[in-house]
Design a binder for this molecule. Structure first.
Ligand code: ZN
Length: 322
């Protein structure tokens, strides 16, 4: 049903799944840079189509897949389900009448301020994104972390400091913005984030009281900028006494503050943590799991729990297809 050829494909119709080289037809689970390519025809949700075209050209051909509505493609029934990762992010269920294969793409269970809540159908084959597939990556309760984040921001204002939050341009920045504006704290955004936020609003996801950061920080505003790793970190002009904050699942790493060169780090992730990965496997109830994007040891952890699991790349490259 699926095979690996320097990327994952559905056997029928040779549909590429998040393959990062141009293909005749490619499913795009979400528009993060490591999941897209300028395909001849892209299949994705309407929100992802907006981000994809913004990133790869407005003229790109797209077949939009609305959540929960099946289409027929090369004898397969294809259905998207919310992945809970960023707005519009989707899992793909492919059904050939005999077997069902669920490809999660990047996903997260539970609450998000901006992404649709993930829905997990059952499937025979599960291709699982396992970024946090290690028991050391267990996220603390979300409400607790968000409470601490808001307290830190408030304390910054009281101390005459400017809170500067580093967040990925697409997804995390909008989620952090909405969390802050819902708490009554206005936000200013780096231009690259601002343009994505406008696409969020066009897609029906309001972000509250936010404005463009044009080099001047307004009193009582939080500045949201891309992380230095994205090489587009804002030149922090006009920022008085910046207090640098990272909002990332990697905050679970003890060296995170030093590594990211920030004053504080809060573990809010748009990826499933270790327990959510186990929960996903239980809910999908597959006969075979292929793990991707995480530590190789996670497949072994699943096997110890009686689940037939292998790492995607070597397993499928060896067998050619399953
Ligand atoms: Zn992603």
């Amino acid at each position: 049903m699926i095979y690996w050829q320097n990327g994952l494909f559905l056997l029928q119709g040779r549909l590429a799944l998040d393959v990062t080289r141009r293909q005749p037809v490619g499913f795009i689970s979400h528009a993060h840079a490591d999941h897209i390519a300028p395909h001849e025809l892209a299949m994705c949700t309407p929100a992802t189509a907006k981000f994809y075209r913004h990133r790869r050209g407005q003229h790109r051909a797209v077949q939009e897949l609305t959540f929960g509505h099946s289409i027929t493609f090369s004898g397969l029934q294809l259905t998207t389900y919310p992945a809970g990762h960023i707005l519009g992010s989707a899992m793909l269920l492919a059904d050939d009448g005999h077997q069902r294969m669920l490809y999660t793409g990047d996903f997260k269970l539970g609450e998000s301020a901006t992404a649709e809540v993930a829905t997990l159908p059952t499937a025979d084959i599960l291709v699982l994104e396992c970024t946090f597939g290690d028991p050391k990556y267990r996220l603390p309760p979300r409400e607790e972390v968000l409470g601490e984040l808001l307290q830190t921001v408030t304390r910054c204002f009281e101390d005459g400091k400017t809170p500067v939050i580093y967040a990925y341009v697409l997804g995390k920045a909008q989620e952090v913005t909405r969390i802050l504006t819902q708490a009554g704290i206005p936000v200013q955004q780096h231009p690259e984030i601002f343009v994505m936020s406008q696409l969020y609003e066009e897609s029906g996801c309001p972000l509250g009281n936010y404005a463009l950061y044009d080099g001047v920080v307004r009193p009582g505003h939080v500045l949201v900028v891309p992380p230095a790793s994205q090489k587009r970190a804002a030149q922090l002009t006009g920022v008085t006494r910046p207090f640098k904050i990272a909002v990332t699942g990697w905050a679970l790493r003890s060296d995170c503050r030093h590594w990211l060169r920030v004053d504080a780090a809060f573990p809010v992730s748009d990826h499933a943590d270790f327990d959510e990965l186990l929960q996903a496997v239980e809910q999908v109830s597959p006969q075979q799991v292929f793990c991707t994007h995480g530590p190789a040891s996670f497949a072994e952890i699943l096997r110890e729990r009686g689940v037939r699991a292998e790492n995607l790349n070597p397993a499928l490259a060896r067998k050619s297809s399953v």
